[in-house]
Design a protein around this ligand. Structure first.
Ligand code: ADP
Ligand code: MG
Length: 584
């Protein structure tokens, strides 16, 4: 084929591929335009997870009739004149690509009117084909309606995730912008249901509740530090509020929500030694720095930026957050010379419940960092060799005691056993649950039903899993706006904080990956058991220790926890003799 310049239509579809990855990208671009237009009220409406309709309406400056045909041309913008301007961009948009891209992969209608004009105008673009402009009476501001997204790009349509996931991405985008622009009233209507409504009164904590749920929003610590060239503000979680992944961490640079691994790492380092291994903080941090020190012209989605002095910024973020943490919460491990805080835990089912307790510095409950194979891939399916090892039981054990408030020491007919109390208890709880699969799991009524408020995204997830939860003995019902009422929890978890139990369930499913149907139950059970199990660092009474051993002996696969980590180390008598040079 000879070289030829691609027809405009093809070129714009290629360009659109970069800007419009999924429905949430359309929402992001339109929302940015409305914010750039100085809107004080933005109403967003979404149908069929954005595939049927995305409509963004604002009361901003509008587009003059004479310019309407221009805004849908590629590289047409009112926000930039010269290359020089690229050095200090103050608007969210500047590439002039969004409307032309969206118009080439959907049926898009733009209706707009400026305050100076008596009537407005409307323009329809259908898969890149521009229709004549019509004059029309309309309020001041702009409405962009995007219908049948990707109707002419079946390949892209096929790659979209489940509607629930796409809706979550949309929630995420809108909630983040609402946080960065608390003075703008923003409403998001998804499938006829308001998933976000901010008042525009400037109160960031109000929006924070939409992101994390009311309970957590209330606990978030405020960060504020201002120097000549950098202002850092926002919220970070106290050490008692954590997640199993980094998804609760967001950064904004000059009002733009960006993804940046370096900044996230700086934040996590600020929590060094304050969090258990594998746990991550939540944070929303706003950085403001002179425009010329940030290059935002890196990628069509404008989600990545380059900093002139990244190292400096890294240190500033880490120091500021660390300072805020220390100001709000004393370092653990200060109470005793050993750094251990001895607590007498409440008794649950013969064992301490342990929930809500934070292990002191240096003590972890053995959860490997997220991303390690055992964490990201629960090992319910085992190879044959592993299976035989797993099912080999343990002999009767004689308890000798507990060491380091973490391990039990026991003697068996064939040597010494060191048992990790946390993973052993996890295994016991897990088998009790799974053995009752199919039967009705006994549940424990709460004396007082407890209401739990979640963020819209979390609420959607939880709703998906309500049938599974019911089978496991949870009595949970939706209770209005992203709230749930917990009436009962599985009897096995008696004494456990119901809010914590529910959070644990959704946390595991935050990743996009949707597990297979029959894996869901096992994963939820494993997850709940992990939280309910005694933690490392908890002192157990001799009765509790003996009970734990007895129950472990009765397990079908006592040698590993449900996530596949060992519950015990065995030192055979032979090995001891060898080590002590008693025998060859
Ligand atoms: P960019 O935002 O990068 O300039 P867009 O394709 O998103 O590019 O928009 C093109 C132009 O259309 C903008 O520069 C702006 O002048 C105008 N525009 C788009 N949306 C709105 C809106 N909601 N209100 C006012 N003007 C708008
Ligand atoms: Mg734009």
């Amino acid at each position: 084929m000879p070289i030829h310049v691609l027809p405009d239509e093809v070129a714009s579809q290629i360009a659109a591929g970069e800007v419009v990855e999924r429905p949430a990208s359309v929402v992001k671009e339109l929302l940015e335009n409305s914010l750039d237009a100085g809107a004080s009220y933005i109403a967003i409406q979404v149908e069929k997870a954005g595939q049927r309709l995305i409509e963004v309406k604002d009361d901003g400056c509008g587009i003059p009739k004479e310019e309407l045909h221009l805004c849908i041309a590629r590289y047409a913008t009112s926000k930039l004149q010269t290359a020089q301007d690229l050095l200090h961009i103050e608007t969210l948009g500047f590439r002039g690509e969004a409307l032309s891209s969206i118009g080439s992969v959907s049926r898009m209608t733009i209706t707009s009117r400026t305050p100076e004009q008596d009537s407005g105008a409307m323009l329809l673009v259908d898969g890149g084909k521009v229709n004549p402009i019509q004059l029309i009476g309309t309020p001041i501001g702009t409405v962009v309606r995007v219908e049948d997204l990707f109707y002419n790009l079946p390949a892209r349509r096929k790659f979209l995730k489940k509607p629930v996931t796409e809706r979550r991405h949309i929630d995420d985008v809108v909630t983040h912008y609402a946080l960065a622009y608390p003075h703008v009233r923003i409403h998001l209507l998804q499938e006829g249901d308001y998933s976000l409504q901010t008042s525009g009164n400037g109160d960031q904590r109000e929006v924070l509740a939409a992101l994390y749920g009311v309970d957590i929003a209330r606990q978030m610590l405020e960060v504020w530090e201002e120097s000549e060239k950098l202002k850092i503000s926002g919220f970070v979680s106290p050490t008692s509020v954590t997640r199993s992944n980094r998804q609760g961490i967001s950064f904004f640079v000059n009002g733009r929500w960006i993804k940046d691994i370096t900044l996230a790492t700086a934040l996590i380092q600020a929590y060094h030694t304050l969090l258990m291994v594998g746990r991550y903080p939540l944070a929303v941090l706003f950085l403001e720095l002179p425009h010329e020190l940030v290059d935002i012209n890196v990628h069509p989605t404008k989600a990545e930026v380059r900093f002139q002095d990244r190292d400096r910024l890294f240190k500033d973020v880490r120091r500021t957050v660390r300072r805020a943490l220390l100001a709000h919460s004393p370092l653990p491990g200060m109470e005793g010379s050993t750094g251990l805080r001895w607590v007498s835990p409440p008794i649950l089912d013969g064992y301490p419940s342990g929930l809500g307790w934070q292990p002191p510095e240096g003590i972890t409950d053995g959860i490997p960092p997220a991303g390690t194979p055992s964490d990201s891939q629960p090992s319910f399916v085992k190879s044959e060799a592993q299976a035989s090892l797993l099912t080999s039981g343990v002999p009767l054990l004689r308890l000798l005691g507990q060491i380091g408030a973490t391990y039990l020491v026991a003697e068996g007919p064939d040597g010494l056993y060191l048992i990790d109390q946390h993973s052993a208890h996890e295994r016991i709880l897990y088998e009790r649950f799974m053995n009752r699969r199919g039967e009705k799991v006994p549940s424990q009524q709460m004396l007082q039903p407890v209401s739990v408020e979640l963020s819209p995204g979390e609420a959607r997830l939880l709703e998906d899993y309500l049938p599974v939860l019911e089978k496991l003995g949870f009595g949970v019902e939706p209770f209005g706006h992203h709230a749930f009422i917990v009436r009962s929890i599985p009897a096995l978890l008696e004494g456990m904080n119901p809010t914590a139990a529910l959070r644990v369930v959704i946390e595991d499913f935050e990743e996009d990956e949707t597990p297979l149907k029959d894996e869901v139950e096992a994963r939820i059970v494993a997850r709940v058991c992990k939280s309910a199990a005694v933690k490392a660092g908890q002192v157990l009474s001799p009765e509790e220790q003996r009970g734990l051993l007895r129950d472990l002996e009765a397990c079908e696969a006592p040698r590993t926890c449900p996530h596949g980590r060992p519950t015990m180390i065995h030192l055979p008598v032979d090995l001891l003799s060898k080590q002590f040079k008693r025998r060859g």
